[in-house]
Structure formats: structure tokens, C-alpha cells
Design a protein around this ligand. Structure first.
Ligand code: GLN
Length: 447
């Protein structure tokens, strides 16, 4: 039925970069055989799902929506993919995204534009726009996305689905094509909070292949779904409700907070004073790390190589000029500049100091509160093309999500109503490091 659904709607949505129904049906037959043999099916067994195209899939192209990786077929699975395969989830294909996950609208993809299923003149958000649109349009039961500065939560918000960025270190990044390694995290996009808890159960855990993966015990997240928020202390940081946040978004989130109070939680306005600097720090740190990580695309080891060149340097130059899109080039230039001697102290080092201040803001808040509740995105879905000639305006889409990555914290986005155009609004719940449970508990009670 999901294949039929994809055949019906995919030409209008464009969520997928790669679809392979034959491979999916083969996986489904394996599941059938497993059942016929009397074996018990793991929890996600047989569910048709899809993966953002920046996670390695053995034998299946992994392009990052970039010309430079258009022909890249990884010889191994990312740890998250392996874990889902072990649970016999059926992988339908790979999902569209902003090139190298740089963007907030999925428009920087080298291959196609993905449309928002709620209004196909609008963007699905980004960079995991394909992941969010596929779930919203019923083209997959759930999907995986990656979140460096909001790329799971913002598209989830714009497409009216649930999206969670786990604590940094909770989910292995092995096999995730690196954008900004100190910020990147993989997480689920799902139809509801319960699905989110179940997928999270499958993907979290220590992985010796990722040196930043944290070895600790991870609980069963479904046990957090108790439908009760009595005694929960909610902080409402005023910096997330200021200028630039759409009035309808603000009032939907405030209404949700009132509802939590009616259900027995307590809330209080608070302040995270360094929030205003989060976006500047993020774009310096993320671009600096990206400029270093993307140095590997030199046309030698894998991916695209220019057809004609004079010598080695010319080959590098032409390969990278032809292979990368303009947003990726902008980040590489910005990052290289910020890391260069003479500017390192003024930009990169300063940004790292601001990162510490932002982290401390959150630590102080979490001495008092169990969760923070804020909007996910300052606006609902915007028109395709609307922000493409203005990178600053595009970067502002992330103002409510980047502080969370900077501090390495977990956060979820859940739908909390529609605006006057009928477009979904997202509510963001931010928690303490490794306290995904409380986030899920609060989110589930709201749903
Ligand atoms: N939109 C942000 C950026 O362009 C965040 C992207 C992401 O989380 N991958 O960097």
C-alpha cells in the first residue's frame, strides 16, 4: 500500500532521490519468510521506511544531494542503517535533502525540489525536507534525518510531523556523511510520539566506530509515555518569543504551554541571555567544521572528478568547482576564512567561547526546569524560491533550533496547531542531556 501511495503522490512531492521497489519487496519477502518459519518479528520488522541520503547504505548510492557524490556507492552501512536492517525494517529508498545538509528548505539539492505536502507551492523545510515530506505524505511509515542546526526539527515543524534530535553522542554518526561533526546527530521523523520513542529505541546506543558515541545505559523510551505531566517544571525562555517570531506561531505555542499547566505542569518565564548570539556562533562553527570535513572531496578517492584538467591542482579546482553547489561553496569559503591564521582568534575561537556561554545558559536553566518549551521555527512553511536569494533570511529559519545543537542537548518538535493559512506550527521541547525520556513524556501528554 505504501508503494501504491508513492506511485500516486511522489511526482507531486519529490521526497525521494532513490527508490527501489524491487529491493523493498525482496526485503518484505524475507520478513514474510521469517514469519512463516515461526520466528518472532522485531518491533520495527516489516515497516516500510526511508533514509536521508547522507547516511551510507551498502550497495545503494549515497549522494548527499550533491553532484560531487552523485555516483558514490558506499561499501558499508551506517550504524543506524545496520540497526534498522537488523530489526527487519524494509528500506524503500533514500530521501532528498539540502546539499550536504546545508540549508533550511531542501532547495539546495543538486537534483530536485521537494514540495511541502500541505501546500505544494511551499518548501518542506530542511535540510531533512525529503524525510519530513515522505512521512507527512504517507510515503514511508517513518524516516531518519540528521540535525546539525535544526534539520530534523524545522522540517518536521513545517510538515506537521514529529522529529527528534537526540543528545549529542546518543546515536552513532558512523556512516553519516560529516557536515559539522561536533553538532551532527541522527534522529527519527515519525507520525507520532510513540513511533518516535520506538525508533529511538532502535537507533540509540554506544558504537565503538564513533569516538563521540557515549557509552551508558539507554532506557526503553516507550516506558516514558505515561500521559501525565503533573509536577513537570517548564521554563519558557523569552528570547525565543521575540522579534522575528511570527505572531500566530507565538500564540499557538503559548496556548500549548497553558494546556500543559491545565494538565498539572508548572511554567515560568525565564531567560537564556546568550541565545541572541547562537546563530552567529553556529554559522561560524558549522562552516569551519564543514570546510575541514569537505576537504576530502578532491576527485581522487571517491565521487565526481572533472573530465578535463591540466594538472593535479587544476583537477582539484575543476572537480570542486563543478561538483559543489553555491551554498556549499559559501560555507567552505566562510569556514576557511574563519579558520585562517589572523582570523582564527577573532572568529572561530570567539565562536567557541560563545558556545560555552550558551551551554552554561542551558545548564543554569536546567537546574530549575525539567524542560524548556519554545517554537521550533519562527514561521510556518514559506514559498519555494522565497528565501533563495537571501542567505541571511534563510539562516534566520534556524534561530530557535541552533542553540540546542550548540549545547548538544536533545529536543523534539511536535505539531501544535495550524496557522490561518492551514499550515502546521511546531512546538519544540528541549531537555537535559540524555533526558530524552522527559521530553517524550511531555510530548506524549500533549498529543
Ligand atoms: N539550516 C542549518 C544549516 O544550513 C541547519 C542544517 C542542519 O541541521 N543540517 O546549516
Amino acid at each position: 500500500s505504501v508503494i501504491e501511495r508513492i506511485e500516486d503522490v511522489e511526482q507531486n512531492i519529490g521526497a525521494y532521490i532513490h527508490l527501489d521497489f524491487d529491493a523493498a519487496l525482496r526485503q518484505a519477502e524475507d520478513v514474510d519468510r521469517h514469519i512463516a518459519e515461526g520466528c518472532e518479528l522485531p518491533l520495527l520488522g516489516g515497516l516500510p521506511i526511508a533514509i536521508k541520503d547522507n547516511m551510507c547504505t551498502e550497495g545503494v548510492t549515497t549522494t548527499c544531494a550533491s553532484r560531487i557524490l552523485a555516483n558514490f556507492v558506499p561499501p558499508y552501512d551506517a550504524t543506524v542503517v545496520r540497526r534498522l536492517k537488523e530489526r527487519q525494517a524494509v528500506i524503500l529508498g533514500k530521501l532528498n535533502m539540502d546539499e550536504f545538509a546545508m540549508g533550511s528548505s531542501t532547495e539546495t539539492s543538486a537534483f530536485k525540489k521537494t514540495k511541502n505536502p500541505w501546500d505544494t507551492d511551499r518548501v518542506p523545510g530542511g535540510s531533512s525536507g525529503g524525510s519530513a515530506a515522505a512521512v507527512a505524505a504517507d510515503e514511508a511509515f517513518f524516516t531518519l534525518g540528521s540535525d546539525t542546526g535544526g534539520s530534523i526539527r524545522q522540517p518536521a515543524s513545517l510538515c506537521g510531523v514529529v522529529g527528534m534530535k537526540p543528545t549529542y553522542g546518543a546515536v552513532s554518526r558512523y556512516g553519516l556523511v560529516a557536515f559539522a561533526s561536533s553538532l551532527d546527530q541522527i534522529g527519527p521523523l515519525t507520525k507520532d510520539v510513540k513511533d518516535c520513542a520506538m525508533v529511538l529505541n532502535a537507533i540509540v546506543g554506544h558504537d565503538p566506530y564513533d569516538a563521540t558515541s557515549v557509552s551508558r545505559s539507554y532506557s526503553d523510551y516507550t516506558s516514558a509515555l505515561v500521559d501525565d505531566v503533573k509536577g513537570i517544571k517548564i521554563g519558557v525562555p523569552k528570547e525565543f518569543f521575540g522579534q522575528g517570531i511570527n505572531e500566530e506561531v507565538k500564540s499557538a505555542v503559548i496556548k500549548a504551554i497553558e494546556l500543559f499547566k491545565e494538565m498539572g505542569a508548572d511554567y515560568e518565564e525565564t531567560s537564556l541571555p546568550y541565545t541572541d548570539h547562537a546563530l552567529s556562533a553556529y554559522y561560524l562553527i558549522a562552516s569551519a567544521e564543514a570546510s575541514s570535513n569537505l576537504g576530502r572531496y578532491d576527485g581522487v578517492k571517491y565521487g565526481y572528478r572533472a573530465a578535463q584538467y591540466d594538472d593535479m591542482i587544476d583537477m582539484y579546482k575543476k572537480t570542486r568547482s563543478e561538483g559543489f553547489g553555491s551554498e556549499v561553496k559559501r560555507r567552505i569559503m566562510l569556514g576557511t576564512y574563519a579558520l585562517s591564521s589572523g582570523y582564527y582568534d577573532a572568529y572561530y575561537l570567539k565562536a567557541l567561547k560563545v558556545r560555552t556561554l550558551i551551554t552554561r545558559d542551558f545548564q543554569r536553566a536546567f537546574e530549575k526546569y525539567d524542560v524548556l518549551v519554545v517554537p521550533t521555527s519562527p514561521t510556518t512553511a514559506f514559498k519555494i524560491g522565497e528565501r533563495m536569494d537571501n542567505p541571511m533570511e534563510m539562516y534566520l529559519s534556524d534561530v530557535c533550533t541552533v542553540p540546542v545543537n550548540i549545547a548538544g542537548l536533545p529536543a523534539i518538535s511536535i505539531p501544535c496547531g495550524l496557522d490561518s493559512r492551514g499550515l502546521p506550527i511546531g512546538l519544540q521541547i528541549i531537555g537535559k542531556a540524555f533526558d530524552e525520556e522527559t521530553i517524550l513524556r511531555v510530548a506524549y501528554a500533549f498529543e
